[in-house]
Ligand binder design. Structure first.
Ligand SMILES: Nc1nc2c(ncn2[C@@H]2O[C@H](COP(=O)(O)OP(=O)(O)OP(=O)(O)O)[C@@H](O)[C@H]2O)c(=O)[nH]1
Ligand SMILES: [Mg+2]
Length: 418
């Protein structure tokens, strides 16, 4: 065991174990889908999922999330793996854990404990490129940490203020009699948070000035669940080169491009994708990124129709839009990835009712077109199917909005070149 550190491994990936609950409101199928998504998140963060545990419970156990028996089972598994020289790097829980739960679980399992939120934060931190995104992520990380700080210090039991060397500059004057290390850390973090907030407010101001100076153009925003193809579509429509890949949260920062369809210029923005169980705090931290969506005149809601759960994803996106105050905007549903759509064909003599797995693409198109009329379209950004139709539809909408919003805008008619 001791030799391990001296063996040069080929970029060893950390292994992860996933844990989810089957509850009254979340059946087994759903839990498995959630864990698929959690596994995708873990892979995006650079971990390899080696095992999943699920448990049927009415609700999460307030002390250890899963029950005692299940926790023992996980502990046993970790122990056996370790004995076989397969170290488990972390255990990731599908729901947000409280400080108490993390402390107890960590005490039992003795490996790194993450939950969906901290995993997403980790990916965000990894992805953040600009000062804006970095500041937003750091703030979100502190918001997550603050109520969970306690566990970082419990093992040190530093009561009575005598923290000595660890105190840092200015802490002596700040620290009241009997103040604990925990309270001090809390204060340092709160100070840092208000600094970050100020910085974000400054960036917000700049951004909103920038937006005002953009002229009288209709603003269109690409929105949708993560990994549905927003950036791919942005690149096609704006002939830009936004980073797109098969990972979650490839995009964190908003990109805005001027697009011209048939002499009609408008602004198109690509932004961070949404996901299930995204804590509101995190959404709040991305306020300035999401301003672009909030101030858009038209939303292109991109949907990955090849995803088995696309209908729930639509709901999650609509709910998140409502949360950020962007509900009720004109919207076009863009069903993407029709090239990858699959369904289970039913045998002729199979008389069981058809389920959504049996719907053909044509069935789906008919259903949604009946529901949305001409506000939905089916495309493949990869195969470039129906892109012209999409452009025509966007053109029509943008033009209507433009005439409404800027009735005397002479921008609209002459040839516009750039
Ligand atoms: N099969 C198929 N794959 C597609 C299509 N459009 C995009 N993709 C792939 O889907 C993956 C995600 O694409 P992105 O454009 O990065 O998706 P996004 O919505 O911007 O994702 P985030 O920024 O991570 O939220 C990439 O691997 C794309 O190549 C399509 O029409 N068909
Ligand atoms: Mg993207």
């Amino acid at each position: 065991m001791a030799m391990k550190e001296f063996v040069i491994s080929e970029a060893q990936v950390e292994t992860a174990v996933l844990v989810g609950l089957i509850t009254k409101t979340q059946d087994e199928r759903k839990t498995n889908e959630y864990l698929d998504e959690l596994a995708f998140l873990a892979e995006t963060a650079g971990a390899e999922v080696v095992k999943r545990f699920t448990q049927k419970l009415d609700q999460a156990n307030s002390v250890t999330y899963v029950g005692k028996g299940k926790l023992d089972e996980i502990k046993q598994y970790i122990k056996e793996e370790e004995e076989a020289e397969r170290e488990i790097g972390m255990v990731i829980f599908d729901d947000e854990l409280s400080a108490k739960q993390i402390r107890n679980i960590e005490g039992e399992l003795k490996v790194k404990i993450l939950d969906r939120t901290s995993l997403i934060l980790d990916i965000f931190a990894m992805r953040a490129q600009t000062a804006n995104a970095k500041t937003q992520v750091e703030l979100a990380q502190y918001k997550y940490m603050l109520p969970r700080l306690q566990r970082l210090w419990t093992h040190l039991e530093r009561q009575g203020g005598g923290s000595g060397a660890g105190g840092g500059k200015g802490s002596v004057g700040l620290r009241g009699p009997g103040e604990t290390q925990l309270e001090m850390d809390r204060r340092i973090i709160l100070n840092r948070m208000s600094l970050l907030k100020e910085r974000l407010a400054e960036i917000d101001k700049q951004k909103s000035t920038q937006r005002k100076n953009r002229g009288r153009l209709i603003r269109v925003a690409l929105v949708g669940y993560t990994n549905v193809g927003k950036s791919t579509l942005m690149n096609l429509l704006a002939k830009s080169e936004v980073f797109a890949e098969n990972k979650l949260f490839a995009t964190l920062d908003t990109t805005v491009r001027k697009v011209i369809i048939d002499n009609l210029p408008f602004l198109l923005s690509d932004t961070v994708g949404f996901i299930r169980k995204l804590p509101t705090d995190l959404v709040d931290s991305f306020k300035s990124t999401l301003d672009e969506v909030r101030e858009a005149d038209l939303l292109l809601h991109v949907v990955d129709i090849s995803h088995p759960d696309f209908e729930e994803q639509i709901e999650v996106v609509n709910k998140t839009l409502a949360d950020i105050g962007a509900a009720g905007k004109p919207m076009i549903l863009v069903f993407n990835k029709i090239d990858a759509y699959t369904y289970v064909q039913k045998a002729e003599d199979d008389l069981t009712p058809r389920t959504k797995e049996n719907l053909t693409l044509e069935d789906l198109m008919r259903t949604w077109m009946a529901k949305m009329e001409d506000s939905c379209i089916f495309i493949s950004a990869r195969e470039k199917t129906n892109l012209e139709e999409l452009k025509t539809l966007v053109y029509k909408r943008v033009r209507e909005l433009h005439v409404q919003k800027y009735p005397y805008n002479d921008f609209l008619y002459p040839t516009y070149d750039e």
